[in-house]
Design a protein around this ligand. Structure first.
Ligand code: DC
Length: 236
């Protein structure tokens, strides 16, 4: 039996993960962060590349997708339920911090552009939902490709400046014009890579509700999504 799915898609630093988690908590659903699997695979790719050629200037050139997917199975990459969310495990250890490291972030878009990698991730996401849990899933292609029949699809956006300043604050750093411009440039590069790839690019599903969070406060955006989800649950 499959669970109910609320899909939240949007560009980097649009607030998807924190919003998805809070929405899941209020609805009594689990929060499933699909980006964690892409990041987990990127971590595996970098570890595998370092094992094969520690001095490689371009680590992803050392491993192909098939090698990465096999290494992911061998190294036990998985998401394990931890209450509201899921924790990422690699090599038998929690990897939630390791998958947020800067080198993983930089290489994740290239790994996520490979069709066989996307198939692997989607099989895992479907498996977790088939286990019967109701979930709020966040990502880039959740409403368009992974769960096209989701109960509710939300597309979160925010201005590049708002997203850049949220990213810098999350790191506990001071926001100044130079760091803001630098971060906005990095985000724009990732958005471009995620939106222009051939397979499952980042795009709004035709039936998604678009929410621009530039001027919404967090509470407000969570409350709006929860209200929409409850409305649809009642109408089912
Ligand atoms: O949301 P995030 O920054 O943790 O995502 C990590 C990378 O994975 C990012 O490059 C986008 C990609 N991704 C994707 O292509 N599709 C998804 N459903 C989720 C993430």
């Amino acid at each position: 039996m499959s669970g109910v799915v609320v899909a939240i898609d949007g560009p980097s630093a649009s607030g998807k993960s924190s919003t998805a988690r809070a929405v899941a908590e209020r609805l009594g659903f689990a929060h499933l962060d699909s980006g964690a699997l892409y990041r987990g695979l990127t971590l595996v790719a970098l570890r595998e590349a370092a094992r094969r050629d520690p001095s490689a200037a371009e680590p992803l050139a050392v491993v192909d997708a098939e090698t990465v997917l096999r290494a992911a199975e061998d190294r036990g990459l998985m998401l394990q339920s931890d209450g509201v969310g899921f924790s990422t495990y690699v090599d038998g250890e929690p990897a939630d911090s390791a998958i947020r490291a800067a080198d993983v972030t930089v290489h994740a878009s290239s790994v996520a552009a490979v069709p066989t990698v996307r198939e692997w991730v989607n099989i895992h996401l479907h498996g977790l939902v088939r286990a019967g849990r109701d979930v709020v899933v966040d990502g880039r292609d959740i409403g368009t490709v992974v769960f096209p029949d989701a109960l509710l699809k939300v597309f979160l956006t925010a201005s590049p400046e708002a997203r850049a300043s949220r990213r810098i604050s999350q790191r506990g750093m001071r926001i100044d014009p130079a760091s803001l411009a630098e971060e906005a440039k990095l985000l724009a590069a990732r958005d471009h890579a995620d939106s222009t790839r051939a397979t499952a690019p980042l795009q709004r599903a035709g039936d998604a509700v678009e929410l621009d969070t530039t001027r919404l406060d967090f509470e407000e955006q969570v409350a709006r999504i929860v209200a929409l989800a409850r409305e649809r649950l009642e109408r089912r």
